[in-house]
Design a protein around this ligand. Structure first.
Ligand SMILES: Nc1ncnc2c1ncn2[C@@H]1O[C@H](COP(=O)(O)OP(=O)(O)O)[C@@H](O)[C@H]1O
Ligand SMILES: [Mg+2]
Length: 232
């Protein structure tokens, strides 16, 4: 088994800025509005991980993982790559809790990456149903992030946490969201924001936080059939 240190995202400019990709042993947070290629980028990471012969534990919490998208990105290697992606599909926030609690048992040997896509989807559903439990649910979200950070270190995997945020104009989520985002950011070693641009096929990627960063880094990337690529 080759020793992995970084998981390349497959997006050249971003990988250069990240000095090779997402680091093993750390939690990286990728957040942004819908359709900003968060899932696409996570699948690309799973593909690069598979190319190194390592498995990915992919938690598809919002039910958007697409085998078709994986085939497009992995191209000829799709079958080989698919074998190295273990999918978990929790349907409630409680199920998400169970999966994360058991994570260390699932990812035994040969794993390089854990993806949680998206960590706040089921949480948000639960908050909407039980607004009185918001405080407890928040604490649970925090506990899950702590467990993920611990797993990254002890199991020597990269953990990629995705979160969808609404536009600031969406009043209904004004209260819940900033709190959840603060929790996620607290645990993340690397924070990346994905923003839409006027061109629906182009997104702006901003690294808000990473080790030894002196100033924020931004670049643009293009969404194509092959995934999220460098924008020339
Ligand atoms: N198979 C595909 N071929 C081309 N574009 C796609 C494909 N699947 C998704 N996309 C596009 O990629 C963009 C990002 O999708 P996705 O990664 O699911 O975003 P997010 O996870 O941020 O909501 C969307 O605009 C979508 O239209
Ligand atoms: Mg998505």
């Amino acid at each position: 088994m080759p020793l992995l240190h970084k998981i390349p995202t497959g997006c050249k400019t971003l990988d250069e800025a990240l000095k090779g990709g997402f680091a093993i042993g750390e939690v990286s947070l990728l957040y942004g509005e819908a359709e900003t290629a968060k899932t696409t980028l996570a699948i690309q990471c799973a593909v690069s991980c598979a190319r190194e012969g390592c498995k990915t534990f992919f938690m598809d919490c919002d039910g958007t993982f697409s085998g078709q998208r994986l085939s497009q990105i992995a191209s000829k290697e799709a079958d080989k790559v698919a074998e190295l992606i273990i999918l978990a599909r929790p349907k409630t926030f409680q199920e998400q809790t169970l999966v994360i609690d058991q994570l260390a048992n699932y990812i035994t040997k040969g794993f390089g990456l854990v993806v949680v896509d998206t960590v706040t989807f089921l949480y948000r559903m639960e908050v909407a149903e039980n607004p009185d439990s918001t405080f407890t649910l928040n604490r649970e979200l925090n506990r899950q992030m702590a467990l993920l950070a611990q797993t990254a270190k002890t199991q020597k995997v990269a953990v990629l946490v995705l979160s969808q945020v609404r536009s600031i104009f969406d009043e209904a989520f004004v209260d819940v969201e900033p709190v959840a985002t603060r929790v996620l950011k607290f645990w993340a070693n690397t924070i990346i924001a994905m923003k839409p641009t006027e061109n629906p096929k182009v997104v702006k990627i901003t690294i808000e936080k990473k080790e030894k960063m002196t100033k924020p880094f931004s670049c643009y990337a293009e969404i194509s059939e092959k995934g999220l690529c460098e924008h020339l």
